[in-house]
Design a protein around this ligand. Structure first.
Ligand code: ADQ
Length: 489
């Protein structure tokens, strides 16, 4: 019955996220080319079938003229997307200023940006004001397209103010909000200057979701300790109104990966890679180039492994694929140079004229190339310092049907709670522990690899993106129906 949540009815779902799942490039005054872009939410929702869903979000580009806006709106409509047009100033303040500087690092326990703490504090009010204005602009587009009976699903820390804007407009809208990052301990959360307004707005939603039970618990604690509201096993209570708070762990569309591995082009790619790295074990890292992903820590741990295990020199290669993000932010530019510097040093130290131990690419790979890489990899290394879930670990497991490689996974990724029994869990800050885990993974007997893989594969193929979305929307409908009953009693 639960799986019928979306399939059994023709209900429209409005997915509202900061970014639309496309990158738009202007090719002429009224001509745009669109490309589906990489990212966790995109990957998860691509897996949701049989849903009458529309996306509302920013196309990631400033379009000041009406001709351009009209043409882009028309092109996006074919992809079931509706744009929110944000000008450069608001993007600068709301996205680069507030979202990237405040909730993103804080929710990942990284505090405010190191070099700029005072400037961040000084600019806080104007940036928070822009954040609220931007959220109102998203709300205006939702009102324009909303029809009675629609379900509105707001995503992530960019849109924490949106549930309030929507409910202020029409209390009967069915509104859900989901956070893709961790929600930190209330002791960390309480340092946020906007600590009162944001959860109050989120609580206007009918259903609030997180990847793990711990994040949900942290959120409820923040509401009870900081706002003085009542926490119940169901959620948060404020003057008789209950907001349901629960964990909805995301998944991937594992069938899409399995199908891709059967394609002749992908099989060819797998053979080429196998030949290219013959005689060496392949280790893989796939991340957005972001401080939360722990890329420098991962590479330093690999260096430590090479240092302590000279018998492995030339017998193992680490492929690190890091797609650049937020390239205009100085912290991220610094991270890129830091990673390049460490990789160069290690390759200089352990490389030979014919082979280097690390191949580092600053770019996104297309889906088929990514599947082939996942399939040929002996060990995947996910060393996030914090990560809401981490879908790369799921994708790797989905592609390892025949090889049964080992996943080394940070205990600070939400995925550690679902894949922990099959993976080798590590503290990414402890590079000696990670280096030891690399050795353990590379020398693991095949029966142990199979056993671990079987556990994770069963999880990844049964807890899919589609289940995640269906369950969330089903619960949201259920919650609204329950609340209605209560008010009628
Ligand atoms: P992300 O931080 O983007 O997502 P993740 O969950 O790992 O992290 O998803 C990344 C996605 O981008 C994956 O589907 C991966 O295949 C793709 N990707 C990454 N690097 C790539 C590359 N170089 N080339 C091609 N594709 C690449 C956020 C949160 C996560 C949470 C997700 C979903 O930070 O914790 O799991 O949302 O909720």
């Amino acid at each position: 019955f639960r799986r019928l949540g979306l399939r059994g009815m023709k209900q429209r779902l409005l997915v509202v996220a900061n970014r639309l799942p496309v990158s738009a490039n202007r090719r002429g005054e009224d001509h745009w080319s669109l490309e589906i872009s990489a990212g966790g939410l995109v990957s998860a929702l691509l897996g949701v079938k049989d849903v009458d869903a529309k996306w509302i979000g920013w196309a990631g580009i400033n379009v000041p003229d009406e001709v351009g806006q009209r043409a882009l709106t028309k092109a996006l409509a074919e992809k079931r997307c509706i744009p929110v047009f944000l000008d450069e100033e608001i993007v600068h303040q709301y996205y680069n200023g507030y979202c990237n500087n405040i909730p993103w690092p804080l929710f990942h326990y990284l505090g405010l940006p190191q070099e700029d703490r005072l400037a961040t504090t000084r600019n806080f009010e104007s940036q928070f004001d822009a954040y609220k204005r931007a959220n109102q602009m998203f709300a205006d587009v939702v009102y324009e397209h909303y029809q009675d009976g629609d379900v509105i699903w707001c995503h992530d820390y960019h849109l924490m103010f949106l549930p309030k804007c929507l409910k202020d407009h029409d209390i009967n809208m069915k509104v859900g909000w989901f956070l893709h990052t961790p929600f930190p301990s209330s002791e960390i959360y309480r340092t946020l200057p906007s600590r009162l307004e944001l959860p109050r707005s989120v609580l206007c939603a009918d259903l609030v979701g997180f990847h793990t039970y711990d994040y949900a618990r942290h959120f409820v604690s923040a509401c009870t300790r900081i706002l003085g509201l009542g926490g119940t096993p169901e959620g948060v209570e404020d003057q008789g109104r209950l907001t349901r708070v629960a964990a909805f762990p995301i998944g991937i569309d594992s069938d899409r990966f399995k199908r891709a591995l059967e394609l002749p082009a992908v099989k060819r790619h797998v053979s080429e890679l196998t030949e290219r790295f013959a005689g060496r074990k392949v280790m893989l890292g796939v991340d957005r180039l972001d401080m939360i992903k722990g890329i420098p820590q991962k590479i330093l741990a690999f260096e430590k492994f090479l240092e302590e295990n000279p018998d492995w020199n030339n017998k193992v290669v680490l492929l690190q694929i890091a797609v650049p993000t937020r390239t205009d932010v100085p912290e991220y530019q610094k991270l890129t140079s830091q990673v390049h510097e460490i990789v160069g040093r290690i390759n200089g130290r352990f490389g030979t004229l014919t082979a280097v131990p690390i191949h580092h690419l600053d770019r996104s790979l297309d889906f088929h190339a990514l599947c082939a890489l996942y399939a040929v990899t002996d060990v995947a290394l996910v060393t996030s310092l914090r990560d809401g879930m981490n879908l790369v670990s799921y994708e790797y497991v989905a592609c390892q049907g025949s090889k049964k490689g080992v996943l080394i996974l940070s205990e600070f990724a939400g995925a550690a709670q679902s894949l922990g029994a099959g993976a080798i869990l590590v503290n990414p800050w402890n590079i000696t522990e990670v280096a030891d885990s690399i050795r353990h993974a590379l020398t693991m007997p095949s029966d142990e690899r199979e056993k671990r893989h079987r556990h994770n594969y069963a999880h990844v193929t049964t807890h899919t993106a589609q289940d995640w979305a269906e369950t969330f929307v089903f619960e949201l409908n259920d919650t609204v129906a329950e609340a209605l009953l209560r008010t009628r009693q």
